[in-house]
Ligand binder design. Structure first.
Ligand code: AMP
Length: 531
């Protein structure tokens, strides 16, 4: 016997239809690269999505075909996102900051048939064209000519009927940053996106409602802009999309558009603070700041919280749609001192209902949730990867559905998860582990330190010892002794770096994380003092 309730397939086209029907006039604002701003609505985005779906069919695309975008956040990107899914296709968001070879590999591997791009990326596209073996159509998102997105959709039909199908059909594709080997594709499904969006609305996750005004600084090509374009449609939140991440532009948008929610990697917030320090300004109506992608330093969390902003520290991966955990407030939050509240927020939080975590030791034994033992972090749930796209196939999970994240974490008895490191970045000193993340984040709390990276350097006695690379804030004269003194009561004595080296800048990945692999390669055989 089965139950007696309706079970329509969960499709993302129902999301955009819902947004258009129930929240039609709610605004979608785009700040374009040329400095102009345009205003659209959920109803207009839905109409443009239908026209784009019709245009794709006219171009000969069929169910399951991939449509690539090389683009920043804007209203046309949003319409293409829903339109590609609506014709049964798969929207493949490509990160324009990747190297040429990676871009060519990813687009060919995905077998993309259409490539939509922002005019600012035209030089990248021109260089790629001779190497792209599957792309048949190139469309400029912000082009005013016949080959432009606007012209294409203006020629098309509003009456297109969405392609229907299973909720398990794919609708999105995103490649991992690929710090080792080739990038791998993560193929999202209609169902996984809807369930992820439902989970992300909760007060303990994004805390979204119709009244929310969300400016995702995180790009749409970085793990679905953390799912914001889906979650916002579900509640009819206003979206503010920016083609540039320049701090002064973002602050102005925050103020002028009444932004209540924003999300970005720590480097974005650092750049925004630097601009605020130099030019003044305020947070406007900002109420909730989601920080993820790498560990949010304590000093950053404190600064936002002191300004009265709720910080939602999130952990996730391309493979987890991307929300894995997020910092929900514990029941006794209101009774905690400010410092204890910050202690809570620096950890990465809990899984929303649906996902589960566990940690394992090197012999694959499940570790206790005791708040001290760290181990390999695994996750499973309805928005977590099962297999990578294409011939990289084979299951990404074990027989019980657990996906090994490559992160090292501690699970606390109250359910809170704390990332201690990326497995590859842990510094192994005399058989014990030093968390490079904790060391770095303690160091950036020291006045005069703009950014810091801790790497394990070969040591004849201890196997590895930490070297701390530091970028000073402009005009600062902070020295090694200052930083060591500052760290002395924040980390164990044997964690203190053997040397602090000042550098002009640190390398970053295409999603704004410090490129540890490059630093490890550069400094592996560095001679530390006394080694
Ligand atoms: P990506 O798939 O490129 O977004 O990278 C995912 C990886 O980023 C994770 O496996 C973590 O190593 C790291 N990461 C994401 N969020 C956090 C966080 N809040 N704290 C520490 N590491 C994080």
């Amino acid at each position: 016997m089965i139950g007696a309730m309706q079970a329509p397939p969960l499709r993302v086209t129902d999301l955009i239809d819902h947004a258009a029907r129930e929240h039609g006039p709610r605004e979608i604002v785009t700040r374009w690269a040329d400095g102009t701003t345009s205003r659209s609505t959920w109803a207009e985005v839905a109409r443009d999505a239908r026209r784009f779906a019709a245009a794709l069919v006219d171009l000969g695309l069929a169910r399951g075909d991939r449509v690539a975008t090389l683009a920043m956040n804007h209203g046309h990107h949003l319409a293409a996102w829903y339109g590609a899914a609506g014709m049964g296709g798969v929207l493949h968001t490509v990160n324009p900051r990747l190297f040429h070879e990676q871009l060519a590999y990813i687009i060919n591997h995905a077998g993309d048939r259409v490539l939509l791009y922002d005019a600012m990326f035209a030089p990248i596209v021109e260089k790629l064209k001779p190497e792209l073996t599957t792309v048949e159509h190139f469309i400029v998102f912000d082009g005013s000519g016949e080959d432009g997105f606007r012209a294409l959709i203006d020629r098309s039909d509003d009456g297109f009927e969405w392609v229907t199908g299973s909720e398990r059909d794919p609708c999105g594709l995103c490649y991992t940053s690929g710090t080792t080997g080739h990038p791998k594709g993560v193929l999202y499904e209609h169902r996984s996106n809807i369930i992820h969006a439902l989970a992300s609305l909760q007060p303990d996750v994004f805390d979204l409602s119709t009244r929310s005004v969300f400016l995702p600084v995180v790009p749409m090509f970085h793990a679905n802009a953390w799912g914001v374009p889906y979650a916002a449609a579900m509640v009819g939140a206003k979206l503010v999309l920016s083609c540039t991440n320049e701090a002064d532009v973002l602050w102005r948008l925050f103020r002028d558009e009444g932004v209540t929610h924003s999300a970005g990697v720590p480097t974005v917030w650092l750049a925004m603070f630097a601009d605020m320090d130099a030019n003044g300004g305020d947070y406007g109506r900002l109420r909730r700041a989601v920080i993820g992608g790498s560990a949010a330093p304590r000093a950053m969390i404190e600064r936002l919280m002191r300004a009265g902003i709720e910080v939602a520290h999130a952990w996730g991966m391309t493979e987890t749609s991307p929300i894995g955990t997020i910092g929900s407030r514990p029941g006794d939050w209101d009774d905690l001192s400010f410092d204890r509240q910050v202690d809570v927020v620096v950890k990465q939080g809990r899984v929303p209902y649906g996902a589960e975590l566990r940690t394992l030791d090197d012999d694959d034994r499940v570790l206790p949730r005791d708040g001290v033992t760290s181990g390999r972090l695994q996750i499973r749930g309805p928005w977590i990867i099962e297999t990578y796209f294409g011939d990289d196939g084979g299951p990404a999970i074990d027989a019980d559905g657990w996906f090994d994240t490559g992160d090292v974490a501690i699970l606390h008895p109250d359910g809170v998860m704390q990332i201690t490191d990326r497995a590859k970045d842990v510094i192994k000193s005399g058989g014990e582990w030093i968390s490079s993340i904790e060391l770095e984040n303690a160091a950036v709390g020291c006045a005069g330190v703009a950014e810091a990276a801790a790497v394990g350097v070969h040591h004849p006695k201890w196997d590895e010892r930490p070297l701390l690379l530091v970028v000073r804030k402009p005009g600062s004269t902070v020295c090694e002794a200052d930083i060591l003194a500052y760290l002395s009561d924040k980390v164990a004595k044997w964690w203190l770096p053997d040397e602090i080296k000042f550098v002009a800048e640190l390398p970053h990945t295409a999603t704004g994380k410090i490129l540890k692999r490059a630093l490890r390669d550069e400094y592996r055989d560095y001679r530390l003092p006394g080694a």
